[in-house]
Design a protein. Structure first.
Length: 250
């Protein structure tokens, strides 16, 4: 990776470093408490009943939204940017998706099913999923209103308008695309009723990307010229020559 910034941090004594670290610690604790407050507000959000029937193409045939829950009460849907005419999935969505497989057993054990949804036909989804080596469930909403109803897909007619609706506000088409990312949550009760409980868009899913959280603690942080401009698909990074044992063990 090319370094986009050079460190300009002052070099100080250990005592001065500790003073600065304690000051930052107070701010980190404030952030933690705010995150706790946001989480509580998120859990207290009102719900909306889903009355519309949606059908998805899956490797096991057609499935309804209810069937995507896979006998669990909670469903997280990641709106993956892979349009019907796209050759590959979105870089940012692919970056996020690299972090999902390891979480699946923990989510499932906690009564949560995770599914990615894209408008690309199933064969295109399966090919890209195989290329990336992912295991999480991924279904196609091709031919369905699902992506449009949850404001992550836009037609040419939509993009020709003065404004499109994304991330809970109207934005100019220059800030939109035919496909955009998001995360939506649903609950299914014992009577089989489904409720839409939460959605998040744009950078709202950033906390799902563990690599960014780790980089935030590295000396140079994310070191990006623009949001995630350093990201490539994991099979597109250039391999660096490995040092031999004799060169690194003296």
């Amino acid at each position: 990776m090319d370094v986009t910034t050079s460190p300009k941090n002052p070099v100080v004594s250990r005592e001065e470093w500790l003073e600065a670290r304690r000051k930052l610690l107070a701010l980190e604790k404030e952030e933690t408490h705010l995150r706790d407050k946001v989480r509580a507000e998120r859990q207290a959000m009102p719900w909306v009943k889903v009355d519309k029937d949606y059908v998805f193409d899956t490797p096991k045939g057609k499935k309804s939204l209810a069937e995507l829950f896979d006998a669990r009460s909670q469903l997280l849907v990641y709106h993956f940017m892979l349009g019907p005419d796209w050759d590959a999935g979105c870089l940012g969505c692919s970056f996020l998706s690299d972090h999902i497989d390891g979480a699946l057993p923990h989510l499932n054990n906690h009564d949560v099913t995770y599914v990615a949804v894209a408008r690309a036909p199933l064969d295109k989804i399966e090919a890209y999923k195989k290329r990336m080596g992912w295991k999480f469930p991924w279904v196609s909403s091709f031919g369905s209103d699902f992506n449009f109803d949850y404001h992550v897909s836009f037609t040419r007619q939509d993009l020709a308008k003065e404004k499109v609706y994304y991330n809970f506000r109207e934005v100019p088409p220059s800030e939109a695309h035919d496909e955009l990312p998001g995360l939506s949550a649903f609950y299914r009760n014992e009577a089989g009723e489904i409720f839409h409980t939460y959605s998040s868009y744009a950078r709202g899913g950033e906390e799902l990307i563990g690599t960014l959280m780790i980089l935030d603690r590295a000396p140079l942080g994310r070191n990006e010229a623009s949001t995630m401009n350093f990201v490539k698909r994991h099979d597109e990074y250039e391999e660096k020559p490995q040092e031999t044992a004799s060169s690194c063990c003296h």
